[in-house]
Design a protein around this ligand. Structure first.
Ligand SMILES: Nc1ncnc2c1ncn2[C@@H]1O[C@H](COP(=O)(O)O)[C@@H](O)[C@H]1O
Ligand code: FBP
Ligand code: MG
Length: 492
């Protein structure tokens, strides 16, 4: 299908999804909200930082590929790697010294709502979903201020043993400290020269320095846990994220197993009374492989319906599931990478017993779904086009204040590179008899064991920021799916 025809489909999809979004009763979103301190790193900034810590030290540390930021050299090593590859990355830091060092040497441009759950909660409230029940285990006064001031955004509290839904500004813990992450955004074309090396940044992206203070827990009080089923009348689905925060061992003797068990119990409670409740997990960068594997095998497997990820995250997931070669093919830039992404998506769908896997890339999205999912491939495709429109609006303006503002994304052209990249996948699938070229043409393929939906996506050449676009895509598509399911159920 040519780009113009795709553009027409985009407009129709956006309006048909907009018409049904109001049918959703509500959605539960947990766990990670934080404050993002965003800094756009210029050539001058990066050279200044490298000269402070020493170019030779950075060069040596790059070889060690630090998976945690313990000092400024680790930080610079990971920043140079992310800028050199143009890849998104998130690295944890367990010390407040890094925050202080960045404050002293860089100073952020702006502070915004951060964390998948925080970003998604605000987005869905702004899109007008009737009840967005957001939950963060560390709701500080400062954090509460970053939630949109809207009556449909609610926080669960227990008052006299009864579940009440209040705005976060009426529910925060005054003794709780805020969690602040640093987002170091960089632009395509930025030139970096250091030691004996030099390069030009190939793509707009960012490095996230995720603060992990010792009080951080993916958890909820016993009382709230008991009351979860009372939310079931209000919500049609849940979006869960933030499991990357789980640590192998805690100072109090507990381990990741305790928190994984609790996380699974929460999902079970959410499904009590409504076993068909759909749960989406938004994946992210997880440096610790034990935790990454456990999240996939113990939380996602069998308990979750839908998974959203970017390219690097697909490779990371495949890697810990024992598909190292495929993981390597996914991140290699060659012609095989799009077919590897598709094969990877199918592996995740089958091995994790999911209903849908949505991979968002720059220029196209790939979604695989199980054959018996109660929506047609065309409906899945509408959800993807709706989400790509929102992503374009997010990249254009850095936020979406209403469904109307989301619609602005329609003015962003579909990526011709993404459209072209899909040709590689078509050739691969036709060669393997998965489908014919005609079947692939409109992005809807019914393969033997799964459905495959692909779309070329809209790409903003100079995004305001890249952080949070993936969350917007996955949440947008997932609520579109929930809305269409709701409509269908009501009609039956
Ligand atoms: N400039 C962009 N325009 C539209 N969409 C974009 C742009 N840059 C990135 N994206 C999309 O966002 C995800 C990033 O996902 P994360 O989970 O935040 O890494 C990327 O895959 C693109 O689909
Ligand atoms: O692991 P943490 O500390 O929750 O950090 C999550 C980080 O990811 C983000 O939610 C962004 O998500 P994406 O990487 O999907 O864009 C940031 O806002 C936040 O700082
Ligand atoms: Mg993401």
């Amino acid at each position: 299908m040519d780009i113009q025809e795709w553009e027409k489909r985009y407009s129709t999809a956006f309006s048909s999804i907009s018409d049904v979004l109001g049918d959703i009763n509500g959605i539960f979103v947990a766990y990670n909200s934080n404050v993002d301190a965003i800094k756009h790193v210029t050539e001058k900034d990066i050279h200044k930082l490298i000269s402070i810590v020493g170019a030779k030290a950075v060069q040596q540390r790059i070889a060690g590929y630090p998976r945690e930021v313990q000092d400024p050299v680790d930080l610079l090593a990971r920043l140079v790697i992310a800028m050199r590859d143009g890849k998104a990355a998130e690295v944890p830091t367990y010390t407040t010294d890094i925050h202080q060092w960045l404050m002293d040497n860089l100073v952020f441009d702006k502070a915004r709502m951060g964390g998948q759950a925080g970003i998604i909660s605000n987005l869905l409230a702004n899109l007008g979903i009737k009840n967005v029940i957001t939950y963060v285990p560390w709701l500080s006064r400062e954090q509460a201020e970053y939630f949109v001031d809207s009556p449909n955004l609610k926080y669960p509290v227990i008052e006299d043993g009864v579940l009440k839904l209040r705005h976060p500004s009426e529910a925060y813990d005054p003794d709780q400290r805020p969690k602040v992450n640093w987002i170091l955004e960089f632009s395509k074309g930025t030139k970096v020269e250091y030691y004996e090396d030099s390069f030009e940044v190939p793509r707009d992206n960012r490095l996230i320095i995720s603060s992990r203070p010792s009080w951080l827990r993916i958890d909820m009080s016993e009382q709230l846990y008991d009351q979860i089923p009372h939310m079931n009348g209000v919500i049609d689905g849940a979006i869960l994220a933030g499991y990357q925060m789980i640590k192998e061992k805690y100072e109090d003797g507990t381990t990741y197993r305790d928190y994984v068990k609790k996380a699974v119990q929460v999902i079970k409670r959410l499904k009590e009374g409504n076993p068909d409740m759909r749960i989406h997990v938004e994946f992210t960068s997880i440096q610790n492989k034990v935790i990454r594997k456990t999240i996939l095998k113990d939380i996602v497997y069998k308990h979750v319906s839908s998974l959203g990820l970017d390219t690097v995250e697909v490779a990371n997931a495949l890697n810990v599931l024992g598909h190292e070669e495929l993981a390597y093919a996914v991140i290699s830039k060659g012609e095989n990478s799009i077919s590897a992404l598709y094969e990877g998506a199918v592996k995740l769908l089958c091995e994790l017993k999911l209903e849908r896997v949505h991979i968002h890339c720059l220029g196209f999205y790939i979604c695989v779904a199980c054959r018996d999912f109660p929506l047609s491939v065309e409906e899945h495709r509408d959800a993807l086009m709706f989400s790509s429109t929102l992503a374009a609006a997010q990249a254009l303006h850095g936020g979406i204040g209403s469904l109307r503002e989301g619609e602005i994304g329609l003015s962003v052209p579909i990526s011709s590179q993404g459209h072209h990249d899909l040709d590689q996948l078509e050739k691969y699938l036709v060669r393997r008899d998965v489908c014919t070229g005609t079947e692939f043409e409109d992005g809807c393929v019914c393969a033997l064991t799964h459905d495959l939906i692909v779309i070329p996506s809209k790409v903003v050449p100079d995004p305001v920021a890249t952080v949070g676009i993936g969350d917007t895509i996955s949440a947008g598509a997932f609520v579109a799916i929930l809305a269409m399911l709701k409509k269908k159920n009501e009609a039956n």
